[in-house]
Design a protein around this ligand. Structure first.
Ligand code: PGA
Length: 251
């Protein structure tokens, strides 16, 4: 049984006051939620304040990136131990904005994944194809490569602390959502790869999220699919009303 997982990626939005205010509203709005996990991923400078705002609540805290080294002269970078000390338990790795704007390779993504897991963070590994890759029938090749390379040398045990997010790049921030069928097809393909790389049992237990223009209006259709175990939400997670409506899908 995979517990639904709803994650909000605040990206480079919200200052301290707005971020803490949003976190407080989310705490109030999720008091009665029992059967789903909820995560918010603010920008680095907000993590400590948001951690205080959600203390004792059901909401978990994640970062949007990290450096793979444990410490060192890496100006502007953040390590896993710094995140853990906040305390922050999750990190998003390989988001398409990191891959495409900041040119992160599969190799770099893999180093980050291995380092995060080794040091005790839980990981959301993002994969997804560009529009031209989809149109030229390469979706499965791209997703397979990102997944296999991103998880290289990650043992089955590490998969207990790993979530995969399928985020087709053409659907992120564009208002174009993959249909629930599109998402389910690719996510079932992802589960198949995990089954080959690890075991059927591991693949059955790993949660696979969909991300890309998730909104209150499309959440129920997405969550109705067998292989959609949750969502990674950008724009619609920046406002309490819309994120709370997404969190309470199916009600
Ligand atoms: P979006 O972003 O919901 O604004 O499309 C999703 C994401 O980038 O994780």
């Amino acid at each position: 049984m995979r517990t639904p997982f709803i994650a909000g990626n605040w990206k480079m939005f919200l200052d301290k006051e707005k971020g803490v205010g949003l976190a407080e509203e989310l705490v109030k709005g999720t008091e009665d939620i029992l059967d789903r996990e909820i995560l918010i991923c603010p920008s680095f400078p907000l993590l400590s304040d948001v951690a205080r705002a959600i203390e004792g609540s059901k909401i978990q805290l994640g970062a949007q990136n990290l450096h793979y080294e444990e410490q060192g002269a890496f100006t502007g970078e953040i390590s896993a131990s710094m995140l853990l000390s906040i305390p922050c338990s999750w990190v998003i790795i390989g988001h398409s904005e990191r891959r495409h704007i900041f040119k992160e390779s599969n190799d770099l993504v893999n180093r980050k994944v291995r380092s995060a897991l080794k040091q005790g963070l839980k990981v959301i590994l993002c994969v997804g194809e560009l529009i031209e890759e989809r149109e030229s029938g390469k979706t499965e090749d791209v997703v397979r490569e990102q997944l296999v390379k991103g998880l290289q040398d990650v043992q089955a045990d590490g998969m207990k602390d790993t979530i995969i997010a399928y985020e087709p790049v053409w659907a992120i921030g564009t208002g174009k959502t993959a249909t629930p069928e599109d998402a389910d097809n690719v996510q079932s393909f992802i589960r198949g790869i995990l089954s080959n790389s690890y075991s059927e049992d591991t693949a059955r237990n790993v949660r696979i999220l969909y991300g890309g223009s998730v909104k209150p209006a499309n959440i129920d259709g997405l969550m109705a699919k067998d292989n959609v175990d949750g969502v990674l939400v950008g724009g619609a997670s920046l406002e309490a009303d819309s994120f709370l409506r997404i969190i309470s899908f199916g009600e």
